[in-house]
Design a protein around this ligand. Structure first.
Ligand code: HEC
Ligand code: HEC
Ligand code: HEC
Ligand code: HEC
Ligand code: HEC
Ligand code: HEC
Length: 496
């Protein structure tokens, strides 16, 4: 089969071979993934991204080679046709070239259509976001797989609907690929995400504020770090919503996102951990309240220059999908579920090990193994080795799911804003020091957000009579300190 002379040059021929190979490989790996349903992350990376790039580069080499061949022929004064494009269908060369061009274009368009559809889906898949760069995204991926949203794709929260956010996310994705290749990405990955899409366009696609929830029952089981691992249970009714409404504003925790309410705040810095200035506006009546932290108020110039952030879901639910539990939390969970057996002093021993920072996961796992074995061999030689091994496995498993030394990702850097015991969360505003000009406070009343229905050691619990909430009793005697100070003043540092 003959083609125009200028085609027969090394570059164009190489381009043909390269693009031919790429095409065959694309078709084969596409068929492979369809027939064997083996949509592995790396195969997708080849089929939909790398190979098509090679294919296009190969195709580009063909005209480049032809152009260079014509120029070279001109330079050497070889006979070339200088006239513009004469297509003479009596000449079989042009018939062949035209046929190849037409068929090639149709096939290429079809492949491009299927390919870009598949590429779109592939780059939106959980495998692509969570697993391709698995060292970098390991903390987010593992915590995500342990969350209630494990079946919600990353992009549902991080990109959402619509072409402009898709393009925006792929553009920032390009930079991220560069950062990974150049190995200059931050460890840990920064939080909060400064340009996260507003919750209205992501979370609210599935959870909408007009349809909010009945109060939620929450049951917490703790183990103290004494020699008996004393169990302490707390049952709370969390007032996500409440039955009565005043001024058309339904009260309860989700009042903050009632469509008639707008709460804004100015944060001390980008971490949003300290919120010295808060404004609440009732959009129905126009009533406005400004609360300032009476301990550390902002000066008026800072307030005037600041751009307040409007509170949304993310200001409380910032860890719906990547929640890094503290050691005391994941050890309690594992003890309650039986993954860590009830050996004497196990909570204290585990805390003694987990309080330290480790450079790598392997280093931590090896210390967990040797220290726990050593402790029980030395102090309780009668305990069977199988139970000690089970305890080691339980503590190691908790560590692997919640602490990621290589990426420096853990509870220490990723606060959870729901609650107030380990992080300030609600108490960033509800701390009794935020005052309005009329001396109203943002409440810290222990019954404003939840009522305690049950608390205490098994067999000695106190129960609430139903309508009357129980006054909180701190599990260990710390006098009345908890009434005045923040819970985090002690709870972040309990075992350090
Ligand atoms: C239910 C919604 C949701 C899903 C699903 C989700 N994320 Fe997130 N992600 C968030 C929120 C909310 C934040 C915290 C945003 C903030 O505080 O600014 C976040 C933060 C992050 C961060 C920044 C580090 C951090 O923890 O603050 C990364 C990286 C990330 N997500 C990656 C992923 C990957 C990869 C997946 C899928 C495997 C995923 N996310 C799935 C909601 C989600
Ligand atoms: C694609 C739909 C979808 C999106 C988007 C989504 N969620 Fe969810 N979410 C769910 C489903 C389904 C559940 C129920 C899971 C269950 O019952 O275990 C859930 C559960 C929850 C819960 C209760 C979980 C628990 O452990 O108690 C919270 C809180 C929540 N979502 C917050 C959010 C926030 C905040 C966002 C936005 C960052 C978000 N969701 C985005 C589907 C979604
Ligand atoms: C002022 C803080 C706050 C804001 C703002 C907030 N929530 Fe919540 N939400 C809570 C608390 C507290 C709970 C109780 C569950 C818990 O403690 O984890 C809860 C519970 C939920 C649940 C689980 C309900 C159940 O019965 O399990 C969902 C879903 C949820 N919120 C979605 C949202 C969405 C979506 C938004 C934004 C439109 C939002 N929340 C805004 C504090 C908040
Ligand atoms: C940015 C500051 C801010 C944060 C953070 C915040 N709140 Fe609020 N909250 C307010 C303001 C302001 C009010 C209105 C106070 C008033 O008008 O009495 C309020 C009111 C409430 C009310 C209604 C109180 C009443 O008088 O009925 C509840 C319940 C509540 N918040 C729960 C929570 C919970 C739970 C969290 C954490 C998950 C939380 N809030 C986090 C600012 C905040
Ligand atoms: C602004 C709302 C708010 C106020 C005020 C508040 N709490 Fe809470 N508290 C919460 C929320 C939300 C949680 C649930 C956190 C979660 O989902 O794990 C919680 C959880 C708890 C828990 C269970 C913690 C655990 O891990 O077992 C205890 C105990 C508790 N609160 C005690 C108190 C006491 C004592 C006070 C008064 C000094 C108080 N709370 C005031 C919102 C509040
Ligand atoms: C003066 C320090 C201090 C303050 C303030 C404090 N705690 Fe504690 N808390 C402790 C100590 C110490 C323990 C026992 C830990 C152990 O034995 O493992 C404990 C244990 C607990 C436990 C059970 C076990 C655990 O590790 O979670 C709960 C629940 C608890 N505190 C709730 C609160 C709440 C809610 C507040 C704030 C209203 C608060 N604490 C304030 C020191 C404090």
């Amino acid at each position: 089969m003959k083609l125009p002379h200028s085609y027969y040059n090394p570059l164009s021929l190489a381009g043909t071979v390269i693009s031919g190979f790429a095409l065959v490989l694309i078709v084969l790996s596409f068929l492979f993934s369809v027939i064997f349903d083996a949509g592995s992350s790396y195969l997708g990376l080849f089929t939909y991204i790398l190979l098509p790039v090679i294919l296009i580069m190969g195709l580009l080499l063909i005209p480049i080679g032809m152009y260079r061949a014509v120029k070279r022929a001109k330079r050497l004064n070889e006979p070339v046709s200088t006239r513009w494009l004469v297509i003479d269908f009596n000449d079989p060369r042009y018939r062949n070239a035209a046929a190849i061009f037409v068929i090639g274009t149709v096939v290429f368009m079809l492949i491009t259509a299927v390919g870009s559809y598949e590429a779109y889906h592939y780059t939106e898949s959980v495998e692509f976001c969570g697993q391709v760069c698995h060292n970098v995204m390991k903390p987010e991926y593992i915590t995500y797989m342990n969350s209630s949203h494990a079946r919600v794709a990353c992009v549902e929260c991080h990109v959402g609907q619509g072409a402009n956010w898709y393009v925006k996310s792929k553009l920032s994705g390009l930079y991220q690929v560069y950062a990974v290749v150049a190995d200059n990405y931050p460890r840990p990955i920064l939080t909060p995400i400064s340009d996260l899409r507003p919750a209205k366009e992501t979370c609210e696609e599935c959870h909408w504020p007009e349809k909010f929830y009945t109060p939620r029952m929450q049951f917490e089981r703790h183990f103290l770090s004494d020699s008996a691992n004393t169990q302490w249970d707390i049952q709370l009714l969390i007032k996500t919503n409440s039955q009565h409404s005043a001024n058309n504003l339904v009260e309860g925790i989700h009042w903050h996102i009632n469509p008639n309410v707008r709460i804004e705040y100015i944060a001390e810095d980008e971490s949003r951990e300290v919120l010295p200035w808060v404004r609440s506006v009732n959009l129905a009546t126009g009533d406005t309240m400004v609360y300032e932290d009476s301990w550390a108020p902002l000066d008026s110039a800072t307030i005037a220059a600041a751009k307040p952030r409007v509170m949304d879901c993310m200001d409380c639910h910032n860890r719906p999908s990547h929640n890094y539990l503290l050691p005391q939390q994941f050890v309690d969970v594992a003890m309650a579920s039986g993954n860590i057996p009830f050996l004497p002093e196990i909570k204290r021993v585990a805390m003694g090990i987990l309080k330290d920072p480790y450079p790598t996961e392997d280093a931590a796992l090896s210390v967990i193994k040797t220290e726990i074995s050593k402790f029980y061999q030395g102090n309780y030689p009668g305990i069977p080795a199988a139970s000690v091994d089970k305890a080691i496995a339980g503590v190691s498993d908790g560590f692997r799911r919640n602490v990621f030394p290589e990426m420096k990702a853990s509870w220490d850097v990723y606060s959870d804003h729901i609650g107030h015991v380990e992080y300030n969360g609600c108490f960033r505003c509800h701390n009794d020091t935020h005052m309005s000009s009329t001396n109203d406070k943002i409440t810290r009343d222990c019954n404003a957000c939840h009522t305690i229905l049950k608390q205490g050691r098994p067999g000695e619990e106190e129960f609430s009579g139903g309508s009357e909430p129980l006054p909180f009793k701190h599990p260990v005697d710390i006098d009345e300190v908890w009434k005045e100070s923040l819970c985090t003043d002690c709870h972040r540092y309990l075992y350090l």
